[in-house]
Design a protein around this ligand. Structure first.
Ligand SMILES: [Zn+2]
Length: 293
């Protein structure tokens, strides 16, 4: 057990679906029964209550109740540091090939690209190689410094960046956002007319997620609090969908049986903190949205 472990009262609840705004019905909630220490963005935490998984009957998205208070969430991200784990990774060789191809299609010379939640900047490194002018937003102080050293412009927020970017990327991010609809709307204002927003997030309607139910590995991370359906993206009023495809997040997952065995063995040997079932089919969605002018 880490000495840094923090005990957190996770009692924050929503009254409406964070995606479509419909009122929550109690009958659609199920306890995740996930007691025990968990790693939250490199900080060890202990949640006092079970998280609750809720499904919206209107837009078919999922979200958690009994989450960490949003202010405390932000503090945990600021303290966190994942750069050690990721600093040697390479976007082009580690992300799924569909994802890399999509970035190559959307990003080009002198285009302004912003990566939100850029962590240690592998996506920005790749865009820079394609000739783009690269910007990042990141809460972790260590990650910010790391990206600045690599020549990416780090910005604090989107104020003063109206209609600025040709492409905004939010990879492995939306699932961490407490109010995802407000977030997507704020991004649309910073896109140029016809600019693109590219999102990579888990797909709660994927075959893997449906088979695993509440045991889907993706639900077990305390950082993951919202899970948008495909239908939700269809309902957006300020964007039109160019693409929504099922993908593996990482190339590792191209060997699903190997991955499954490796994961089960490591769970047994090392008593891992995530007890969910890993995916054996694509369980992420790559969504390309175009701003409506
Ligand atoms: Zn909804």
């Amino acid at each position: 057990m880490s000495q840094d472990r923090i005990i957190i009262l996770n009692d924050f609840k929503k009254t409406k679906c964070p995606f479509c705004g419909v009122e929550i019905k109690s009958s659609e909630q199920v306890s995740l029964k996930n007691r025990g220490a968990k790693t939250f963005s490199s900080v060890d935490i202990y949640l006092e209550q079970h998280e609750i998984l809720s499904k919206c009957s209107a837009c078919r998205s999922y979200f958690k109740q009994n989450i960490i208070n949003p202010n405390q969430l932000e503090m945990l991200y600021i303290q966190g540091n994942s750069t050690g784990a990721w600093s040697h990774s390479n976007f082009a060789t580690e992300k799924g090939s569909e994802i890399v191809i999509e970035i190559e299609a959307c990003v080009g010379k002198d285009l302004k690209v912003l990566d939100i939640g850029c962590n240690s900047g592998e996506l920005l490194d790749f865009c820079k190689k394609l000739g783009a002018i690269t910007y990042g937003i990141e809460l972790s102080e260590e990650a910010k410094l790391f990206c600045t050293k690599k020549g990416h412009q780090m910005i604090e927020n989107l104020q003063g960046f109206e209609k600025t970017f040709d492409v905004i990327c939010a990879f492995d991010l939306l699932e961490h956002i407490n109010e995802p609809s407000d977030f997507l709307e704020s991004l649309s204002k910073s896109l140029k007319n016809e600019g693109k927003l590219i999102i990579l997030t888990g797909n709660p309607n994927s075959f893997s997620a449906r088979v695993c139910g509440i045991k889907w590995w993706y639900f077990s991370y305390p950082e993951h609090i919202v899970f948008p359906s495909k239908k939700y993206f269809d309902l957006l009023t300020n964007y039109k969908i160019e693409k929504n495809v099922s993908v593996y997040n990482s190339r590792d997952y191209k060997y699903p049986i190997f991955k499954l065995i490796k994961s089960l063995v490591s769970n047994i040997l090392f008593k891992r903190k995530y007890n969910g079932v890993p995916s054996i089919f694509p369980d992420h969605q790559l969504v390309v949205l175009k701003r409506k002018p």
